[in-house]
Design a protein around this ligand. Structure first.
Ligand code: ITT
Ligand code: NA
Length: 197
């Protein structure tokens, strides 16, 4: 079984592959395809954006597609960067995004640095048949990055019960508790019927 995952994000793709390999599902990403169309990600919600990605790619290749949109919502910043997480500091540059987040939170004390990662995963067939699952995980934003694994905001996201940042977890450990892992577990309860139908 091969699945088109409509993402260019190497970190997401790695976690999808890690999660889906025991199910015998091989993940093809946009980095493996030619002539990938531009995706106009202008939705107001994670769900809208995941659907926009899935629709664009399903229409272009006439194949079933899975897409996801995710981001970090920081309570002290009224939910920012949220759907703007990828381009928080302008370009999609993880280091610049992390630095901007640290600057914005410079005067916020430890107990007020709570944040939640969100994701929505959409499966869409060219016929329009759609499944959708969401996931979230709450932690807090460190004052300085910790760890070298993962991607994006992981070095700054501290997960209390493991006493580690997300960048200090392996992909398997992260999937066991993360927003993406939580969404993927829900998604897989819908997947088989959708895929085989
Ligand atoms: P695709 O649209 O190609 O999938 P993208 O990186 O542009 O890739 P999004 O628009 O969904 O994806 O942006 C997600 C942002 O949230 C991006 O800045 C990520 O670094 C961040 N993010 C999402 N999940 C994360 C995670 O598990 N750990 C750290 N950062 C994460
Ligand atoms: Na996005």
């Amino acid at each position: 079984t091969k699945l088109i995952f409509a993402s260019k994000n190497k970190g997401k793709i790695h976690e999808f592959r890690e999660f889906l390999s025991p199910f015998g599902v091989e993940v093809i990403s946009l980095n493996d395809l030619d002539d990938v169309p531009e995706i106009d990600e202008n939705g107001l919600t994670f769900s809208d954006n995941a659907t926009i990605k899935a629709k664009t790619i399903a229409a272009a290749y006439q194949l079933p597609v899975v897409a996801e949109d995710s981001g970090l919502s920081v309570d002290a910043l009224n939910g920012a960067p949220g759907v703007h997480s990828a381009r928080y500091a302008g370009d999609h540059d993880d280091l610049a995004n992390n630095n901007k987040l640290l600057t914005e939170l410079a005067n916020v004390e430890k107990e007020n640095r709570t944040a939640t990662f969100h994701t929505v995963i959409v499966g869409l067939k060219p016929t329009g048949e759609k499944i959708e699952a969401d996931g979230a995980v709450t932690g807090s934003i460190l004052f300085k990055g910790q760890g070298t694994d993962g991607f994006g905001y992981d070095p700054l996201f501290y997960y209390e019960s493991l006493h580690k940042s997300f960048a200090e977890l392996t992909a398997t450990e992260k999937n066991s508790i993360s927003h993406r892992g939580n969404a993927l577990r829900k998604f897989m309860t819908l997947f088989k019927d959708w895929w085989e139908d």
